[in-house]
Design a protein around this ligand. Structure first.
Ligand code: PLP
Length: 351
């Protein structure tokens, strides 16, 4: 079989998705499946939908169009606020997260033109300092948004633990709930969705006595890697080995551990430093930084990654007998998975 390839266990994805839906559902929280880390892969999207997840979210409109064209029957949500893509966002996404009035006006223009209603979730800044309207500006924005044609204010949301590393805790979630309540009271409307965050909300969810008005989370990493994301602890009963990267050995030789000759920069502009461990069994794999974030790979056998260049990973084989043509398997973290699923060089195999 060809390499490099990533093997994807669809049954385990279904298991994780169902378990998380059940867990969060036990306190009235609905799960949106976030497909960006798998690059909107339609075989995976199909599994999520069949596992009972009926809204799929992606940060890229291209991925949403891909899933739409593959006939995936779900509501689609765009995670990253759109601007120049507004026309196709209105066409292909049912809902989008937004934080700028000027963008929402663009969406309104195209929604009117296309004769559709585009739903929006207003993102509220709660301290992580990526996207979001400052709470003090929210009422003004809502006031403008509810007057726009072709736009329906479906909810509010927040995103934590992505840029600033700020934890979603009771204080932040109660604040979001109170903001939702104020908006509902003031404007006499019902917010269908109050979206409290992402895979980092797990600890809050497990500990909290009252989820308040939070009725939605947007989950990617928990579904695909089986962990929460504040400390990357495994969530009980979930699979953590759904994806496996497999690469082939293209050279295997005993060589010195210390490069010899005059030292200059390596392929990426660094001056490399290596310890002298004497002779070692060095193995080269036919996969590199153009394929995958190598620092996010963990070998499934007792070998060490020494480093990588664009097209090669260099391995210390230690005591393992490894010959040319053998394959080496790796587990992937979020960054490695994101890059491998996006890479056109890595074959996707479904099991
Ligand atoms: C990526 C993303 C998510 C999902 O995050 P995970 O950590 O994969 O659960 C949720 N919301 C937004 C806005 C995102 O960009």
């Amino acid at each position: 079989m060809k390499t490099p390839r990533i093997e994807i266990n669809l049954g385990e994805i279904a298991h994780n998705a169902k378990k998380l839906k059940e867990l969060y559902g036990s306190k009235g929280i609905d799960v949106i499946g976030v497909t960006k880390v798998v690059c909107g892969d339609s075989a995976i999207a199909d599994v999520l939908v069949k596992s009972g997840i009926n809204i799929l979210a992606d940060s890229r409109i291209e991925n949403i169009i891909k899933m739409h064209n593959a006939g995936i029957h779900a509501k689609f949500l765009l995670l990253r606020t759109p601007l120049s893509q507004s026309e196709s966002v209105v066409k292909y996404a049912d809902i989008s997260l937004n934080s700028e009035l000027s963008v929402i006006k663009e969406l309104s223009k195209y929604a009117e033109e296309q004769g559709v209603i585009h739903e929006i979730i207003l993102m509220v800044e709660l301290g992580d300092l990526r996207e979001g309207i400052m709470p003090s500006d929210l009422e003004n924005t809502v006031n403008e948004v509810i007057g726009l044609k072709g736009i329906k204010l479906t909810g509010i949301g927040t995103n934590l633990a992505c840029f600033g590393g700020i934890k979603p805790n009771d204080e932040k979630m109660e604040y979001l709930s109170s903001i939702a309540k104020d908006i509902e009271d003031k404007f006499k409307l019902k917010l269908k969705i109050v979206s409290g965050g992402n895979s980092a909300n797990y600890d809050w969810f497990m500990i909290t006595k009252d989820v308040g008005k939070i009725n939605n989370l947007r989950l990617g990493e928990s579904i695909f890697l089986g962990c929460e994301t504040l400390e990357r602890k495994t969530i009980d009963g979930l699979f953590t080995d759904i994806f496996t990267l497999i690469a082939e050995v293209i050279e295997s030789k005993t060589k010195p551990s210390l490069p010899y000759g005059d030292i200059g920069q390596d392929a990426f502009g660094n001056i490399p430093k290596f310890p002298d461990l004497g002779l070692m069994r060095r193995v080269i794999l036919g996969v590199g930084l153009q394929d995958v974030l190598v620092s996010g790979l963990t070998p499934l056998s007792n070998i060490d990654i020494l480093g990588a260049s664009s097209d090669h990973i260099i391995i210390n084989a230690k005591q393992s007998e490894i010959k040319v043509g053998d394959t080496i398997k790796f587990n992937l973290n979020y960054g490695a998975l994101l890059s491998a699923m996006t890479s056109p060089y890595i074959i996707k195999i479904y099991k």
